[in-house]
Design a protein around this ligand. Structure first.
Ligand code: PHE
Length: 355
């Protein structure tokens, strides 16, 4: 009987002092600063022998008529305390993780490379390709991605270069045993693009190209090109000049002049070699061989045969096409003197050191 009275006394005491306990919990929660504080708080109030849990276990000693009400109150306090502790603990953990992260050196894999300040970075071809894509996308061009293995038709026949045509000799080709080839030019994607988009479109297709070259500082078997096409009604050489000038000016971030010289490619008529004003000098340097102009790319008005092969009526629509070396552009941009570095896996090169 005496024990029972004592228990009752404790419970009564606890129940009556629940407001005091709540205030204490409020105060303690406000003081939590570290994860360890949270663990200690849990131990003190919410563990098996914690003060809030003990309230629950003492319920059975409360007068039966008051048990339900007391139980609901204790339960509410337990739930509320757990939730508040959980929230605080999560915030503290996040803050601790953030502080830890901030104390570490920053790693941004998209920075650095080619003169950036990090000892790693994107490959120069990736950097320049993304820049070129941005420039053309801003001018309304679609970005296409062609297959690196092309059929003979895609790479040559559809481009007005049938078997036996001397123009095929301009591009020493890796033939596969099934008659297909590694595309020697991104122009291999022209026919596909015309069939996909029909007679009115603007698109570029950057990608890897392959030729059976003897390796030296300016020749590699694997390099990157960007093909560009614009087809529609009343498209003329002025459109070609305009877009090339805009694109080069955006890539080099300075006013670039362009000029056309006659050039031969079987799939354009008239065909041109496009020169860009030298980015290294004003009036002649060894790179532009004293001319002030750098040979930049092949281009021209798409040959009527090529349009027809693509399902486009050349009497109604015209277009221009250009194809430039992305690898060459990167070499110009960063003053890289040896093309073989691009596929060398040389880490110094990726850091911007070896050129
Ligand atoms: N495909 C040509 C080359 O690789 C470049 C080119 C593309 C020329 C489009 C004219 C038009 O040399």
């Amino acid at each position: 009987m005496k024990d029972f009275e004592n228990n009752m006394c404790i419970c009564y005491h606890n129940f009556m002092n629940i407001d005091k306990l709540k205030k204490e919990i409020d105060l303690e929660l406000g003081k939590l600063k570290t994860d360890a504080d949270c663990v200690a708080f849990h131990q003190k109030y919410l563990s098996k022998s914690g003060e809030v849990t003990l309230l629950m276990t003492s319920l059975r000693d409360i007068e039966p008529s008051k048990r339900a009400e007391a139980g609901a109150t204790f339960n509410a306090l337990k739930k509320q305390t757990e939730e508040r502790l959980f929230k605080t603990q999560r915030e503290i953990k996040e803050r601790e993780q953030y502080m830890k992260l901030m104390a570490e050196p920053v790693i941004d894999i998209t920075r650095g490379g080619m003169g950036g300040n990090a000892p790693y970075g994107l490959h120069p071809i990736t950097i320049i390709s993304r820049e070129v894509e941005d420039v053309f996308m801003n001018m309304g061009f679609v970005i296409e991605d062609g297959n690196e293995i092309a059929t003979e038709y895609e790479c040559f026949d559809s481009l007005n270069s049938p078997a036996g045509h001397p123009s095929r000799d301009m591009q020493d080709t890796f033939w596969l045993s099934d008659g297909r080839c590694l595309r020697t030019q991104t122009s291999a994607w022209q026919n596909y693009m015309m069939k996909k988009y029909g007679p009115v479109f603007k698109a570029i297709c950057p990608g890897r190209t392959y030729r059976n070259e003897n390796l030296d500082a300016t020749h590699d078997t694997t390099f990157f090109q960007v093909e560009g096409m614009m087809i529609g009604e009343d498209i003329s050489i002025s459109n070609l000049i305009y877009f090339m000038k805009q694109a080069l000016t955006a890539v080099f971030k300075r006013d670039i002049k362009v000029r056309l010289r006659p050039g031969y490619f079987p799939f354009v008529e008239p065909g041109f070699e496009l020169d860009a004003s030298c980015i290294f000098c004003k009036d002649g340097c060894p790179i532009c061989k004293g001319t002030g102009w750098i040979e930049f790319c092949g281009c021209g008005m798409i040959h009527p045969h090529v349009l027809r092969e693509g399902g486009i009526d050349p009497t109604k629509y015209q277009g221009f096409a250009f194809g430039f070396g992305l690898t060459r552009l990167a070499m110009m941009r960063w003053g890289i003197k040896d093309i073989r570095l691009f596929n060398s896996g040389n880490l110094e090169f990726l850091k911007g050191g070896a050129k």
